[in-house]
Design a protein around this ligand. Structure first.
Ligand SMILES: [Zn+2]
Length: 365
């Protein structure tokens, strides 16, 4: 396997679905693949190149497969759109229907070009605190509403599928903690702001839970309450029995010692007791809160898990990987997922993807 290094040029990335982890094998260093946002924008502005890149990540063995019937018998067609722009299509011999690179992915039915999608995705996965719909709107010249919808779809692609099975095991250490995330108060209407700001961890805040393996990955979820059953079910679902487990003194964690080497640090007394602390998760919560407060619009509890998925992806892929590889990894996760506008908002009409001027109507979310 090629070493991941900043100076490596690479275009064709083969993905091996190993049992434990996904390994990106970097091959054919002939074409220069982008390493910075600037390079990415230039690279993906060539639609043929953007298409080839996306296709290689989607079908790493080179066999283009129909997303509808699974047949690999097809041929490429060069068609034109009404505006005279080239359209890249395949005609499937299996089901006799055409498909594009977007069919069967989070990009399906989007009128936005793959170049715009890839640029937005690059920004989302490579900016430490995430990216707001306002920034995407400005960078790509699309409405903020479109940008918001786009980002929510991209967040779906980042969702963890828990590919590696349970966490922990002999010699491993795991931190468990929960936190309350509230809507951002700054841009809210005054009455709403007053309602939300009062109280700590009240009804307006959403409880989130994190399980972090030291030197490994984090898993996060939105939880309905901090009750014992809810939190302990999560721990048992994700952590191998017998693993060293550290938490604060919340009573909901009481009883985990029957299945784990559970040690508690009482935050009323101290935050660190030797190896017993939850500082890794505290760090994650502060990153998450910073990311959410940078979104400019309040995050409704209903959408919170998507921001959690986003921050979790970046956190789990922050080391030993460069921006180009992080982006490539994210691009391997776009297939087999869809999110429509009505699913997302309960509304029927989809925002039209049109370039607008500087005047933006207030977005309804
Ligand atoms: Zn087919």
């Amino acid at each position: 396997m090629a070493e991941a290094s900043g100076s490596l040029t690479w275009a064709n990335i083969y993905l091996t679905h190993a049992k434990e982890c996904r390994i990106l094998l970097l091959m054919e260093p002939k074409l220069k693949a982008p390493k910075t946002l600037q390079e990415a924008i230039v690279y993906f502005s060539d639609l043929d190149r953007a298409h080839d890149y996306a296709a290689k990540l989607r079908w790493p063995n080179g066999k283009v497969t129909c997303p509808r019937c699974g047949s690999d018998k097809n041929y490429a067609i060069r068609a034109k759109t009404k505006k005279g722009e080239p359209r890249r299509l395949w005609l499937c011999r299996g089901c006799d229907r055409q498909f594009t690179i977007k069919v069967g992915t989070i990009f399906e039915d989007s009128a936005l070009g793959i170049d715009k999608w890839m640029t937005a995705f690059w920004m989302l996965v490579n900016c430490k605190n995430g990216i707001s719909s306002m920034e995407i709107h400005r960078a790509l010249g699309i409405t903020q509403k479109s940008a918001w919808f786009m980002l929510q779809r991209l967040r779906l692609a980042l969702q963890d599928d828990f590919f590696g099975g349970k966490m922990g095991g002999p010699g491993r250490e795991i931190e468990v903690d929960e936190s309350f995330i509230g809507g951002k108060a700054r841009n809210m209407h005054l009455s709403e702001r007053k309602r939300r700001i009062t109280g700590t961890g009240g009804t307006d805040k959403t409880a989130v839970m994190g399980i972090l393996e030291r030197g490994g990955k984090i898993r996060t979820s939105v939880v309905p309450t901090r009750r014992k059953k809810v939190l302990q079910d999560e721990v048992r679902k994700h952590v191998t029995g017998g693993t060293a487990l550290y938490s604060d003194a919340l009573l909901s964690y009481e009883g985990l010692a029957t299945d784990y080497a559970h040690k508690v640090v009482d935050h009323a007394v101290q935050y660190v007791d030797g190896r017993v602390h939850t500082n890794g998760l505290e760090n994650f919560w502060s990153l998450l809160k910073r990311g959410i407060s940078g979104t400019y619009v309040s995050v409704e509890p209903f959408h919170l898990f998507r921001y959690l998925d986003e921050q979790t992806f970046r956190y789990n892929n922050r080391r030993d990987i460069n921006d180009g590889q992080r982006f490539a990894l994210a691009m391997t996760q776009v297939s087999g997922k869809r999110l429509t506008y009505s699913e997302l908002t309960g509304k029927n009409e989809s925002p039209r993807h049109e370039a607008t001027g500087t005047r933006e109507a207030a977005i309804p979310f």
